[in-house]
Write a protein that binds this ligand. Structure first.
Ligand code: MCA
Ligand code: AMP
Length: 501
């Protein structure tokens, strides 16, 4: 990496070009007030990039970040891009024990955390900085630099995003500048980004959806963002009349529909509603159309490959379908007996990550011999190329758009005194789509109460991973091979949160 801006593959160069041409445009708007313009974004990221350098963070180094969503958090992210630093965002729900693993695995030079989050106090030998939500109090506020955007190649790493795994250990997906640049350009075109678009942003910014899809599209268009630090349906409703684009996980849409005041009038300026990260129920899709007159555009993605397929902007958007592959991306259904039959979805294209951080075995395991990535999603594809996600080969629960790998929760439960064994399953939930349920047996001669298990999990597992219900049973159902029959458990507890169909 060098400090020349010629032929720069750094994704920030795209945002810098857009912002330089629109310095006066609002960038971050909170409660009707513009906290940052695009010009201020350029100035602030310059200061922050210089501050990072002054703290000994160099291009290619890793910075781990567990911060609340705020304007300084956005600036910090963009400054890392600008300085060629590898950004490693963590879910704010992660607890100290989870953090210890990420810190040991990523070996960051710097840890940035919000006050009160586990990252602010977790054991760490490197430099730690506490970041408040107030821009004026940012640690770079007294710096005065405009370092050039560090030149990178498209293949250089830009971020590591941890995704849990079926073994219970998280893997760091290494994404490149080229992955981010190609994906945002494809989406801007596919979703017909407009010069006068205004994005209402209520997603967290430590995952692909909020960070690399929503935020990046606004940055590429130098578009104003109505910035919400979390999703609150009533607050979103108040701002929606000023927005043209909104992106969310299905829970956002069911919560909006639960608001009696949500109607077509709130959406009068809206151009596009996008849903992803989890399956959108046909009922939500239909109710949304009836209430607002808008057809939600559902798309499909993964941390390892960003956005992969999308329903069309202009053509018909089909309920239950995630559309065809986005331009430049390729998808195929492996192992399907005949066209239209289900098989495992495999993907290839410039969106595909560089591999798992320091884990070549897992990287190899998840790729085919001819270099396609094996998603672990079971899909069908019709003659027009439309993909439907119909299942998963990976034992995974998606709750409110967050992934929970049962194995990780089972390992934590099995370590609790008095537990024999456990099986963690996902069951339908009206708010989160799926809810985590733990079915647990007692250790021989022992006993355990659900409350004791919940208390034991509180220090080691992020809140969203913890079971919504723990059931203690005499034994787990097994097949002839001795394998726990999760399908049977899912059937048994299917109506724990929703009435029987
Ligand atoms: C919060 N809680 C949850 C979840 N979120 N439980 C299960 N699943 C969840 N997702 C629990 C908390 O532990 C707490 O439990 C209670 O709900 C209230 O917590 P609170 O923080 O107030 O919840 P909230 O603010 O209402 O959050 C719900 C949410 C949030 C708005 C749906 O989870 C969210 O923003 N989800 C978006 C996730 C996302 O961005 N995913 C994209 C991944 P207790 O009361 O017991 O303490 S990217 C991806 O998947 C790919 C690439 C893709 O295709 O996009
Ligand atoms: P993550 O590992 O957080 O990136 O989650 C990726 C997974 O989310 C995919 O492998 C799918 O299982 C799921 N996913 C994302 N978008 C959709 C969608 N629109 N419909 C169904 N599942 C989805």
């Amino acid at each position: 990496m060098t400090d020349t801006t010629a032929t720069n593959g750094n994704v920030f160069a795209l945002f810098e070009a857009a912002a330089s041409a629109r310095r006066d445009r609002p960038f971050v708007i909170v409660g009707g007030r513009t906290l940052l313009t695009y010009g201020a974004m350029l100035d602030e990221t310059g200061r922050a990039a210089e501050w990072l350098g002054a703290n000994g963070v160099r291009a290619g180094d890793r910075v781990i970040v567990q911060v609340d969503k705020s304007p300084p958090a956005v600036i910090l992210y963009l400054a890392c891009l600008r300085a060629g630093i590898v950004y490693v965002p963590l879910n704010t729900a992660y607890q100290a024990a989870e953090l210890a693993y990420f810190l040991g695995d990523a070996e960051p030079v710097l840890l940035v955390a919000s006050p009160g989050l586990p990252g602010a106090t977790a054991g760490f030998v490197g430099t730690r900085v506490i970041l408040s939500a107030d821009l004026a109090a940012a640690p770079w506020a007294r710096h005065d630099g405009t370092p050039p955007t560090v030149a990178t190649t498209a293949a250089d790493p830009v971020a590591i995003l941890y995704t849990s795994g079926t073994t219970g250990r998280s893997k760091g997906a290494v994404l490149t500048h080229g992955n981010l640049s190609s994906n945002v350009a494809v989406l801007a075109d596919a979703w017909r980004w407009q010069d006068d678009d205004v994005l209402l942003h209520a997603l967290p910014i430590f995952h692909v959806h909020g960070l690399f899809v929503a935020l990046h599209l606004a940055l590429l268009g130098a578009s104003p963002i109505l910035f919400h630090d979390r999703f609150d349906a009533a607050a979103v409703l108040r701002d929606l009349p000023r927005a043209t684009v909104f992106m969310g996980v299905p829970t956002f849409y069911t919560r909006l529909l639960a608001e009696p005041a949500f109607d077509a009038a709130c959406c009068r300026q809206m151009r596009l509603f996008v849903s992803g990260s989890a399956p959108l129920l046909d009922a939500t899709f239909a109710e949304f159309a009836a209430r607002t007159g808008h057809i939600i555009l559902e798309r499909y993605g993964m941390t390892e490959a960003l956005m992969i397929t999308s329903n069309p902007y202009d053509g018909p958007r089909l309920a239950g379908s995630v559309g065809p592959a986005l331009p430049g991306n390729s998808v195929r259904v492996a192992g399907a007996g005949a066209p239209g039959e289900p098989g495992v979805l495999e993907i290839s294209g410039p969106n595909l990550f560089a591999g798992y951080w320091r884990n070549p075995e897992k990287t190899a395991e998840d790729h085919t011999a001819d270099g396609w990535f094996i998603t672990g999603d079971v899909a069908t594809q019709d003659a027009a190329g439309n993909v439907r996600i119909v299942g998963r080969t990976k034992d995974l629960i998606i709750t409110g758009g967050y992934n929970v790998y049962p194995k990780e929760v089972e390992l934590a439960i099995d370590a609790v005194d008095g537990v024999g064994e456990s099986a963690v399953i996902g069951v339908p939930h009206p708010d989160f789509g799926e809810a985590v349920v733990a079915v647990v047996t007692r250790a021989a001669g022992g006993d355990v109460a659900p409350e004791a298990i919940m208390a034991a999990l509180a220090t080691g597992l992020a809140t969203f991973k913890r079971p919504k219900t723990v059931v203690v049973v005499d034994e787990l159902p097994r097949n002839a091979m001795g394998k726990v029959q999760k399908a049977e458990l899912r059937a048994r507890y299917r109506t724990s949160f929703t009435p029987a169909a």
